[in-house]
Ligand binder design. Structure first.
Ligand SMILES: [Zn+2]
Length: 740
């Protein structure tokens, strides 16, 4: 029965081929839609700067497919594919009639199917337009193959075939398979590797080297033997190759996943050759992974490394938890808005230097002051009295930073930050207030890294790019070289907290600035030197606080490790720019030293810009010095026991919500500073008193309320709040806290 059927099939094939040869010519002239043969649904492939595959994202139809031109498949794959699958490929018209005739003859003689006559062209037709494996299907396949050959060149047919051939699992095409099995591009395969791949062509799943190594070896060696017979390899080569073990598949790399995801959305090409570095990316992902081991699961990290000369991104770790828990780490933290903590302070100081308001040696008051109901405190909660600008920035003191920002003017600070590219600063200066310089705003880590190029490139920002050869990047001068240089010197890692002249000290590795956002939600460090800018962030993508999240403890060691890795044993530092001049200053007043000053030190000034005031502390005789400290310092020195009274709770101008179902809100009233008990008045009526540092609770109905605190010495502070009926808290972050 079966035999009869086979025979009839074979006779029909013979008949069919005769029909094709003779009368089918008119059918061949029918137009053929070739688009499906020349287009693909590719995966997204991200490569590093040397063409190494970093990350491959599945295609929309769930396949691993990297289409490449034939000329990028190297020497061996096309040659061996033709040798193995269709030796007369370049001479037949799409159907190999010689092979077909022989196949029919052999099958007839053996009275069973011992040989097929499929060509690369008919195989391609089957891959693109799958048909039933019936006689009718076969005939239509042959016909289509003949028609395809009339519109496409041999090379295009071979290219399309090699880009589609299934090679195990969801892997399609030789390029993706080369990366999967050998960790390299098809063009770099050796003859043995190419032969291994090509021997998978007829039955990729059955003879996968990882699943059926013996079957694989049999097939591969059969192919090698054929190559030897055909004189493509020598006997010696054959003996050598045939004894080599089956390859161990490498799998696809998954580095810089978030960069791949981002580039897939923003570029049109399915293959992106980026500026990233495979070795750096891999090292960094491992470093952060190790850093996260001892931290709560909710905390993750992100980092970016920028080459300053080009703005090229060398490494991009969007979420360091991805390495172990991909399903929980899809958020690209590098592009998520966060509070920058103290990381914006250097920009404000650089602006103050540029505007001639201050120099690094200028004395500034680190004393408490009331700040509209919100007392900025230093991180260590202490106040230092008079400090130099240099010291205040190196120690990241909050009060001096606010004083500098006020000197510069909040409008100007806001304009500066907008110029630096912080896109989320859309409100007016009044909205942010003094908190702007302390991180009371949102920036993305990527924006912050970009803004720091204004410092690392001595005043000129450069856009960050995934492509090294970006022509004409939009550089923008934001600071003078001199002021950026002064900031770099202050933030340099050598003797960081020592206010001594630093020019004679060894070349630093880098400058760095840390940041810790309010309530321990973000830990930042940006490190830079003339070559690189490195940003490291640790935090909880949910925005919840964790006591571990302190910039200097968590992010700074990582950033410095990365810098050391990048610089190996090399040290490169900034030359002092021409707009900087060095002068002797009085170490006490920070102003130009007079003959009366003792222990003069050299300090940088901006030529023609910086104020050149002469020391007035030592202006009178040495026996009777006057001490004209800045006003705020004097006020604090004169009345050391009196600290200005300021309401710290509630926060002014903010909206508070009642608890669900409650018609009142119990609001804590708390003030800092002042002397003795604090007396509270709500909407003009006396509400009670609190002890210094203590809290008085009052119940307030929805509406606007005016709250006054006053002490016995007559100091007072006023604040206004709005209480609203409840709406449910959306996140824990909003809960109980004032929402802007
Ligand atoms: Zn002096």
């Amino acid at each position: 029965m079966m035999r009869k059927r086979r025979q009839s099939i074979l006779w029909s094939v013979l008949l069919g081929s005769v029909v094709l040869c003779g009368g089918g010519l008119c059918l061949l002239s029918l137009p053929l839609e070739v688009t499906p043969f020349c287009t693909y649904t590719p995966s997204f492939a991200l490569y590093d700067r040397e063409g190494q595959l970093l990350c491959l994202l599945r295609s929309p139809d769930d396949a691993w497919l990297i289409p490449v031109p034939l000329k990028e498949m190297g020497k061996w794959i096309p040659l061996l594919a033709v040798e193995s699958e269709d030796r007369r490929f370049f001479s037949h018209p799409g159907v190999d009639f010689l092979a077909l005739g022989r196949a029919i003859w052999q099958n007839l003689r053996a009275r069973k199917v011992v040989s097929g006559a499929s060509t690369i062209t008919t195989q391609l037709v089957r891959l693109v337009l799958p048909r039933e494996r019936t006689l009718k299907g076969k005939l239509s396949e042959c016909l289509l193959a003949l028609r395809l050959e009339r519109v496409l060149k041999k090379e295009d047919i071979l290219e399309s075939y090699l880009n589609r051939i299934p090679l195990g699992g969801n892997i399609k095409g030789v390029e993706a398979a080369s990366w999967y099995y050998f960790g390299k591009s098809a063009k770099d395969l050796t003859l043995l590797e190419a032969a291994s791949l090509v021997s998978l062509f007829p039955a990729p799943e059955r003879f996968r080297p990882d699943k059926n190594p013996e079957g694989f070896l049999r097939r591969r060696n059969a192919l090698l033997e054929r190559l030897c017979r055909r004189g493509i390899i020598s006997q010696e080569e054959y003996a050598l190759y045939a004894s080599s073990p089956p390859p161990t598949p490498r799998g696809f790399p998954r580095l810089a996943y978030h960069a791949a995801w981002f580039l897939r959305q923003t570029t049109t090409s399915p293959r992106v050759f980026s500026s990233l570095s495979f070795s750096l990316e891999e090292w960094l992902e491992r470093l952060l992974d190790e850093a996260l081991v001892t931290l709560p699961r909710e905390i993750t990290a992100c980092t970016v490394v920028v080459e300053n000369s080009t703005g090229a991104i060398l490494a991009y770790v969007g979420n360091a938890r991805f390495r172990r828990n991909p399903e929980q780490a899809f958020v690209d933290c590098l592009q998520a808005p966060r509070s920058p903590g103290s990381a914006l302070k250097p920009f404000v100081y650089a602006r103050a230097f540029d505007r001639g308001l201050l120099v690094p040696s200028s004395i500034i008051a680190d004393t408490p002051f009331g700040l509209r109901g919100n007392v900025p405190r230093n991180f260590d909660e202490g106040f230092r009295g008079p400090v130099s600008c240099e010291m205040a920035l190196a120690l990241s003191l909050n009060v001096p930073a606010v004083r500098v920002a006020r000197k510069v003017g909040l409008e100007d600070v806001l304009g500066l930050l907008q110029t630096l590219g912080f896109s989320r600063l859309q409100r007016g200066a009044d909205f942010y207030g003094d908190a702007l310089v302390l991180g009371g705003c949102e920036v993305t880590p990527l924006e912050l890294a970009r803004a720091y190029t204004a410092l690392s490139r001595l005043g000129e920002t450069i856009p960050l790019s995934f492509f090294r050869e970006d022509e004409n990047p939009q550089k923008k001068r934001v600071f003078s070289p001199g002021s950026a240089y002064m900031v770099a010197e202050i933030l340099a890692d050598r003797f960081r907290f020592n206010p001594l002249p630093k020019r004679t000290l060894p070349t630093p590795l880098c400058a760095f600035k840390t940041g810790t956002s309010y309530g321990f939600r973000d830990a930042w460090t940006v490190a830079y030197n003339p070559r690189y800018t490195v940003l490291v962030w640790f935090g909880d993508p949910q925005g919840l606080p964790h006591e571990e999240l302190v910039g200097i403890r968590l992010a700074a060691p990582c950033a410095l490790r990365i810098m050391e890795y990048l610089m190996e044993r090399e040290r490169v530092w900034y030359e002092c720019p021409e707009d900087v001049t060095w002068r002797e200053v009085c170490p006490i007043s920070g102003k130009i030293a007079s003959a009366r000053c003792e222990g003069k030190i050299l300090a940088p000034f901006l030529k023609g810009v910086s104020p050149l005031e002469v020391c007035d502390l030592h202006a009178t005789s040495l026996e009777n010095p006057s001490f004209p400290w800045p006003g705020e310092v004097q006020a604090a020195l004169g009345r050391p026991d009196v600290v200005p009274l300021a309401i710290v709770s509630p926060v002014p101008g903010r909206r508070y919500f009642t608890f669900p179902g409650a018609s009142f809100l119990r609001l804590p009233l708390r003030a800092e500073g002042g002397k003795g008990p604090i007396f509270w008045f709500v909407d003009g009526a006396y509400a009670g008193q609190s002890q210094p540092g203590g809290t008085l609770f009052v119940s307030l109905p929805p509406g606007e309320h005016r709250i006054i605190a006053s002490d016995k010495s007559g100091q007072s502070d006023t604040t206004e709040v709005v209480v609203s009926p409840t709406t449910f808290a959306k996140t824990r972050r909003d809960f109980g806290a004032p929402s802007p």
